[in-house]
Design a binder for this molecule. Structure first.
Ligand SMILES: [Zn+2]
Length: 217
């Protein structure tokens, strides 16, 4: 075997061992940082883009979800933000996910809320190339949460909507409480934080964090 091949074999072996180790312990979970983004209803997508569906720019970790090529402009009482990414596919209701910092810039008082819980969501205007929509209840600051498949949830001893704590390592090490468990068949285990939270504790997408539970099955 050449030295280059030898090195390749060693690298692949290391990756496989690492993957097996991660698989063995469901407490060690991938982290994803969510930048500001927009989910749109089909009706609102048609109004903004004059088309029937967002187009795929890049798939994300969660199965079936993707970052679209389409971007919009957000408008609030104090400012606007260009090139905000649309996420696909379309959902039953439009939803704008912002950080607290974004809310200050836009002049919007959005609540910390779980995705889809829009009763108290703040008003916001979205502008696309073909039109605009003024939404009464759409802007939220997404509550920190962890996506879990049923098997990992079972091994961790948690169920949908349970709250867990997550330990972050590194220079800005911290424990984040009140992380909502979201359990669904097609979910891949992944903790989601917004950019404010991620910057405060010094983590990036692709890092690993630890769910703090007493034991695993
Ligand atoms: Zn999420």
């Amino acid at each position: 075997m050449t030295a280059a091949n030898q090195e390749l074999v060693e690298r692949v072996t290391r990756l496989v061992v690492e993957a097996l180790r991660e698989h063995a312990d469901p407490r060690r979970v991938l982290l994803g940082v969510s930048n500001r983004h927009v989910h749109l209803s089909l009706e609102d997508f048609r109004t903004l883009f004059g088309a029937d569906a967002p187009t795929v720019k890049a798939h994300v970790v969660q199965h079936g979800e993707f970052a679209a090529n389409e971007v919009v402009t957000l408008v609030g009482p104090k400012g606007m933000m260009d090139r905000v990414r649309v996420m696909g596919p379309c959902r039953s209701r439009s939803q704008v996910e912002l950080s607290r910092t974004d809310c200050y810039a836009l002049g919007i008082k959005a609540p910390v809320a779980q995705s889809g819980h829009l009763d108290d969501a703040a008003p916001i205007t979205i502008i696309g190339p073909k039109g605009r929509v003024d939404l009464d209840h759409a802007a939220i600051i997404a509550a920190r949460h962890v996506h879990l498949g049923p098997e990992d949830a079972r091994r961790l001893g948690v169920k949908d909507q349970d709250l867990v704590s997550v330990r972050i390592e590194g220079d800005r090490a911290a424990v984040l409480d009140n992380v909502i468990c979201r359990v669904k068949d097609n979910f891949t285990s992944e903790v989601h934080l917004d950019t404010d939270e991620a910057n405060a504790v010094g983590v990036r997408s692709g890092d690993r964090v630890t769910i703090l539970v007493d034991g695993i099955c």
